[in-house]
Design a protein around this ligand. Sequence first.
Ligand code: FE
Length: 172
Amino acid sequence: MKIMQTLTFFAALLLTTSCNQAQQAQQSGESPSFILTPAGDSIPRIHKSEKEWQAELSEPEYYVLREAGTERAFTGEYWDNHAEGEYVCRACGFPLFDGSTKFESGTGWPSFYAPAHGYSVEEIKDSSLGMIRTEVRCARCGSHLGHVFNDGPKPTGLRYCINSISLKFKPE
Ligand code: FE
């Protein structure tokens, strides 16, 4: 009987500790490990070490996707791509933008007025380079994509200004 009591005590202690860890992760602002879609699906987020990303990506890909670099305007693969299809994350393949929302911004970077889904991207305040901008990242793997501005066309008025090298185009 004594053994049972001791075991129960340790089981309860273990449970309390793991609950606290989950709570701490939530309080520290870490993203939860799943993306919840409006349809009720949960998509696991991808967490990799920078060493792993470095091994998988080319140098210019790593610079933009993992170090939030920017490719030179008019040099990327997709700024002038007008084909129908979808653009997925170059790092993890998550669907990010649809060709039907792409528009001619004249900036030299692929520009979209909306992400493919409400849960496709994460938007984060960015105050680097002495400007206040909104950074756009892949919601599944956290890789840097570009920035979003308020000077886009209808129907959203938004301009998602995205590096070609952060995307992979899949023709329809
Ligand atoms: Fe991704």
